[in-house]
Write a protein that binds this ligand. Sequence first.
Ligand code: TYM
Length: 367
Amino acid sequence: MPVDCQHIGVRIKAWASVLVSVLKRIEGVESAYQSSRVTLNTYLSGIQSSGLSHLGNWFGAMRPHIQLQELEGEHFYFIADYHALTTSRDPAVLKNNVRELAVAYLAMGLDPERVTFWRQSDVPQVTEIAWMLSCVTGMGLLERAHSFKDKVAQGVKPNVGLFTYPALMAADILAFDPTHVPVGADQKQHVEMTQDMATSFNAAFGAEVFQRPEPLIESDERLAKVVGTDGQKMSKSYGNTIWLFETGKKLKKAVNQITTDSRPPEEPKDPKGVLLFRFLELFLPAEELEGWEARVLEGGVDAPGYGHLKARLIEQIEETFREGRERRMEFLNDPAEVDRILVRGAERARERAIAVRDRALKACGLR
Ligand code: TYM
């Protein structure tokens, strides 16, 4: 019996140290972990249902979200379908994207027992809070939003929703009093704008209505900002994505889009200058990766060509998401279960958002 206890103790200790080392990779979480011993942290984040989730969403957001659910505290994740409406014009596609995103999260391990998981439009209180925040937000703040300027630079004709998007995002966040918002690097500015809006509202009405949350971003830049097949940030709006569950010929086609040059395999190359390695780094074990890098750096008859490296990447992507793909099919075949999870999550989320909305209404004199 004493031997068994010791064995269990060692296993618990080993498990805890693995967990802490994973979480330490996420900027700020070390202190979050430490402070969680005093007060419980609340983690909240969202993903737009504007297309299928890609490798950037996975490494920058979904994977950390799923890892964080292991921590003590509260966990809130949602599907930002109102945000998707700033660009979506096809109802059937939007509906399908919402379902696929819900299924992707669940298939990859999000646990609806530990996480409140819902669809944004099922919690209309966020749009009420967004309006109240808009009324204390200067145009100048919104005009400085990188993502808005970026969309305009891409030639998107901006609608008012796209412009006020950060106020809706701030409401999504502030409606739940989170302490931490785990996001990819591209969303840092939006979380900082959220902090500004919380402060402006509290100052305007002389009340502590909203709590300022902190962004939580992977400290490894390669994960915080995953590159796309053209070398820019991977993004649905740049058309340079690889879908998480892609497989077979379609995956091959997507990987073939990764930009390469015409240098022959024998020519020695610095792997840092080869875009394909930015992808291999995400998937291969360190030792194997070093082996490929050394061979490419050396060149000569034994050096692998780009085709060879792409084939290895395809194999590893398929392997990494194999179980997830199987579970995706199970969830797609059981839409009632997915709906049940989202409905239950929305009920819990609404309860929380109603309390915060009421606080805000009262503070500004609307109640
Ligand atoms: P969205 O839908 O563009 O992206 C969802 C999450 O994925 C991260 N991400 C990436 N991470 C690393 N590398 C990439 N190439 C990459 N592309 C995307 C994003 O940083 C994000 O964490 N406005 C948000 C959605 C949102 C939200 C919120 C997020 C709405 N309300 C409240 C947090 C809290 C967006 O468009 O993310």
